[in-house]
Write a protein that binds this ligand. Sequence first.
Ligand SMILES: Nc1ncnc2c1ncn2[C@@H]1O[C@H](COP(=O)(O)OP(=O)(O)OP(=O)(O)O)[C@@H](O)[C@H]1O
Length: 294
Amino acid sequence: MTTGAAVLEVTDLRVRLGGVDVVDGVSFALAAGERVGLIGESGSGKSLTALAVLGLLPPGASVTGSVRLHGRELLGGSDRELSRLRGRDLAMIFQEPSTALNPLMRVGRQISEPLRLHRGYSRQAAARAAVELAAAVGLPDPQRLVRSYPHELSGGQRQRVCIAAALACRPAMLLADEPTTALDVTVQAEILALLGRLVDDTGTALLFITHDLAVVAAGTDRLAVLRRGRVVETGATDDVLRAPADPYTRALLAAARLTQGDLPAAGGGAVAPTARGSDVPTPASEATTTGTIA
Ligand SMILES: Nc1ncnc2c1ncn2[C@@H]1O[C@H](COP(=O)(O)OP(=O)(O)OP(=O)(O)O)[C@@H](O)[C@H]1O
């Protein structure tokens, strides 16, 4: 899809599990700051594609093809190399914030953990950054909130914590797997708006996995439609949703019964900025390495 200066380039990715190619030759690419939606019915291979990119496939899975981050091959990399990249250059937000967070660790520490691990922040600098990041994702009373444990927060607040941690190091690439599905419907729009604004501010490329077509209509530039592990259609979100070329995409759209009001307005359909929070801070004073995004 994108050539040249791709942040992430996935080529002919295959994931084999239990004798089945559950991801079957998937290729796509994202440029800096680009938002790409990966859609498809349940079981089409969306999550396994993301997990393969992160090197987090379940035991027993075999993977072939190529996953390049800024031109550097990740497939076949050692655990050590991959864990150095995860949280720093490549981050993920999962569907269920409760299970993504450690119940026994204060949220402030979880937000700033990537800065301690990857940027060499001191304990004090990390604590300060956690408060700044908590404020940036619109968490109320951040000074107090960072001392809370996950169970003391609402689902939406927990997802804000996950977003803050994922973006702490300003990764080049963020993968979000159904990040609002587990949330109350009234909170979903706020979280999507927040995510859209933060990836804009940081220049982070976003791969957004969802089966909610209204969400991709509002929040992505391009789409890849996955069916049984294969990409059946790609294109500008607006084009694919208005004039789907593949019968499977047409069926998905018909099932979702998208109305004209859900489709992006002409001239860009980015998720609306939220009134809450401020820019993701760049607490650069304690940085020992330079971020991948200038
Ligand atoms: N650990 C596993 N072992 C065996 N098969 C698996 C495993 N995880 C996923 N699968 C199978 O791989 C296929 C793709 O799964 P995947 O989770 O990527 O789908 P998905 O598109 O993300 O679905 P959903 O929208 O429901 O999350 C499915 O058929 C699923 O049953």
